[in-house]
Design a protein around this ligand. Structure first.
Ligand code: NAI
Length: 247
């Protein structure tokens, strides 16, 4: 068991990559806090399955872009378990459009969930980790944060911003034995990518040297490595997992 009794808060984990991370970490003995702004039923099913296997955890419903909700949720986790060892900033949305048609609201919304949300959680949880003198923070960026993508100016700007935030936090927190890394996935089979038009999906597939999309579990395995003792000397990195789409 690589994460025995480690408390891990995973945002946006009712489904998709976040759910895969909560499941994978629980398999390794972690205590996941499954948190999301929507899909409470799915989050509870995930927790019930973990409990049925002898594990434990918590469901916490909150919006990562709202500082009052973030503070309340983190306090609840602390009341329940007394520590937070691993934070995975995974919650995300898309509001795609060509920039000339993109509304200010869609830009702001994507900013609030990805970049502001990652900042708010990192700020409050890193205080706890500093006292613990231990922590692992994993931020979900994206391949489009490093290569750009037509129709995703808002999303790719925030994903690039998350890499900058990751590196700055890594420098600020290293002395307290806290590592901060980003994962930059390519095309992963989740509800988020299923929603893309078929033509866009085909074009991505043709550009991926490994010739397929990834499954959420493959991203969860990378997150597991970054959260494990084996990755103790890795910090401030943005690690791609994209089938060679961007090298
Ligand atoms: P998803 O749409 O399946 O899951 C995202 C979850 O985040 C949802 O359950 C949603 O309710 C939750 N969420 C949205 N806004 C929230 C908020 N304000 N507060 C709390 N939770 C909120 O998406 P998926 O594909 O699992 O993506 C997870 C992360 O990985 C996202 O940050 C996404 O940008 C990133 N990513 C995904 C890729 C893909 O190909 N699926 C590729 C690269 C990055």
């Amino acid at each position: 068991m690589r994460l025995k009794d480690k408390v891990v808060l995973v945002t946006g984990s009712a489904r998709g990559i976040g759910k895969a991370i909560a499941d994978r970490f629980a398999e390794e003995g972690a205590i996941p806090v499954i948190s999301d702004v929507a899909n409470e039923g799915a989050a509870r099913e995930t927790l019930a399955a973990i409990e049925a296997r002898g594990g434990k955890g918590l469901v916490s419903m909150f919006d990562v872009s709202d500082s009052a909700q973030v503070d309340r949720a983190v306090s609840e986790v602390m009341a329940a378990f007394g520590r937070i060892d691993i934070l995975v900033n995974n919650a995300g949305i898309t509001r795609d459009n060509l920039m000339m048609r993109m509304s200010e609201d869609d830009f702001d919304l994507v900013y609030r969930v990805h970049l502001k949300g990652t900042f708010l959680l990192t700020k409050v949880v890193s205080r706890i980790m500093m006292k613990q003198r231990y922590g692992r923070i994993i931020n979900m960026s994206s391949v489009v944060g490093v290569m750009g993508n037509a129709g995703q100016a808002n999303y790719s700007a925030m994903k690039a911003g998350i890499i900058g935030l990751t590196k700055s936090a890594a420098k600020e927190l290293a002395a307290r034995n806290i590592t901060v890394n980003a994962i930059a996935p390519g095309f992963i089979n989740t509800p988020m990518t299923e929603a893309l038009p078929e033509a866009v999906q085909k074009a991505f597939l043709a550009a991926i040297p490994l010739g397929r999309y990834a499954e959420p579990k493959e991203v969860a395995d990378l997150a597991l490595f970054l959260a494990s003792d084996e990755a103790a000397y890795i910090t401030g990195q943005a690690i791609g997992i994209n089938g060679g789409l961007y090298m």
